[in-house]
Write a protein that binds this ligand. Structure first.
Ligand code: ATP
Ligand code: MG
Length: 431
């Protein structure tokens, strides 16, 4: 059993016996002096073996090691200003636990760089690189912070089905699967189920989950398997209550990221805004037009508009994050609460020119909901299980879906495939 991670071995432990385990990152053989650089989750530690001091058996064990093998090493800690972190281990015993084959499919030391495809094909090894594992450590930390925030605010964690009988939101972007003798689909979002929870008395819920989008995207920001934080909350006054929660949630997550030591390895600095701008859809159209982009009223923001808006918000308002509020009803799904004839109580959250969340107030009146389902030419029969939950007492409610992959990519300015362990896209299904 390991007694210490590399990061815990400090000069203060000088003279102490320790056991470390990890991967053989590098071996430098200077003849009578051999350095083994051991890598574990926390970093690196230098193992120094010297003829005359180290047992000859240990020296020959080092000669037998291949790079990336897993070893366990017992030794003594020795202060050494010249070693990384000012400390090294003088080995007493080296136990080879699992031998690595060679040649390696990837160079973990990064002396030879690999393209993204090769990296993703060998993702287990790619993640051995400290600057790649840092991405996923950071991802775990901001999720923890988000979860903590939701818990503190009375949200209950739930899990909704991912195998569903019909489309949640209409449209054609579903993956069909065979379910015994029937056809079923992979869920494109928890939407209908989290709304049904509002009829149960569990009036604040959240789910951190994967969903599936079958569009044939080929962009820097779309995947076919998505991870998101979805929430739904009842007894709201309007969508403003939902926006306030999302604002605090996202700022909490970004603040957490800004403190993470992983930022050093990633060579990033993150500034935490105090609040997030809110801008009306109609004003977005005006801003775009001032920058020679004409978007017809009633259309959703296209990629170019999103990018331009991100640039303008940064350059003219100094904001990387901004809510676009009151979208035309025509751009939003059937369950969206109308605001007057043409607008909706909806919002998107943009981050540096990319949508990271969508949400709003939902319709809670079953008659209006049925009307809107018909308006979208959806078959009410498919929604009966959902509509039923609205007929026996349904409070006003709203919520959002916040894409975690999108948050991560914008936070670190990386393409989406870099921040997802095993991305799924049109061309990639393994590993
Ligand atoms: P977009 O317009 O960017 O394609 P959307 O409006 O279709 O996204 P929503 O249905 O609003 O997406 O989903 C809620 C959130 O889930 C999005 O704001 C985004 O963060 C994330 N998301 C949705 N689809 C994808 C996808 N294909 N890849 C990555 N993230 C996604
Ligand atoms: Mg959206």
């Amino acid at each position: 059993m390991r007694s210490h991670y590399s990061g815990e071995i400090s000069p203060e432990l000088d003279g102490k016996s320790v056991t470390v385990s990890g991967w053989v990152h590098e071996i430098r053989d200077l003849g009578r002096l051999k350095f083994l650089i051991l890598r574990d989750r926390e970093g690196f530690i230098q193992i120094t073996a010297k003829e005359g001091i180290t047992r000859s058996e240990v020296l020959s064990d080092i000669d037998q090691l291949s790079k990336e093998s897993v070893v366990e090493i017992d030794g003594r800690v020795k202060k050494n200003e010249k070693a990384p972190n000012g400390v090294e281990i003088i080995p007493d015993r080296i136990n080879l636990i699992s031998r690595s084959e060679s040649p390696l499919p990837l160079d973990v030391t990064q002396k030879v760089s690999s393209d993204l495809d090769t990296r993703l094909n060998n993702r287990f090894m790619d993640i051995r690189k400290p600057e790649i594992s840092a991405i996923f450590k950071l991802r775990g930390k901001i999720l923890d912070a988000g979860r903590e925030f939701l818990k503190e605010n009375g949200f209950i964690e739930i899990h909704t089905p991912k195998i569903i009988a019909s489309a949640s939101e209409g449209g054609t972007e579903l993956f069909p699967i065979s379910y015994f003798d029937r056809e079923a689909f992979l869920a494109q979002s928890p939407q209908l189920y989290k709304q049904m929870m509002m009829a149960t008395g569990l009036d604040r819920v959240y789910e951190i989950t994967t969903y599936f989008r079958a569009e044939e995207h080929d962009t820097r920001r779309h995947l076919n398997e998505v991870t998101a934080i979805d929430i739904e909350m009842a007894f709201i006054k309007d969508e403003g209550d939902v926006i306030n929660i999302l604002e605090k949630l996202v700022l909490t997550m970004i603040k957490e990221a800004s403190h993470c030591k992983e930022l050093d390895i990633l060579k990033r600095e993150i500034k935490v805004p105090e609040k997030i701008e809110r801008i009306e859809y109609d004003d977005v159209l005006k801003l775009l037009e001032e920058h020679r982009k004409k978007l017809p009223w009633g259309e959703d923001l296209d990629t170019e508009s999103e990018k331009l808006l991100g640039r303008v918000m940064r350059e003219e308002f100094g904001s990387d994050l901004y809510f676009v509020i009151h979208f035309p009803l025509s751009t939003k799904p059937f369950y969206t609460m109308p605001e007057g004839e043409r607008y909706s109580r909806s919002f998107d959250l943009g981050y540096k020119g990319v949508e990271i969340a969508s949400g709003g107030q939902r319709i809670h009146d079953p008659k209006l909901l049925l009307e809107r389902i018909k308006h979208f030419n959806l078959d009410p029969k498919n929604f009966e299980f959902y509509l039923k939950a609205f007929r026996y007492g349904m409070p006003p409610h709203g919520g959002f879906g916040l894409g975690i992959d999108r948050v991560m990519m914008q936070l670190l300015d990386l393409p989406i495939r870099e921040v997802v362990l095993f991305p799924r896209d049109r061309h990639r299904l393994t590993p």
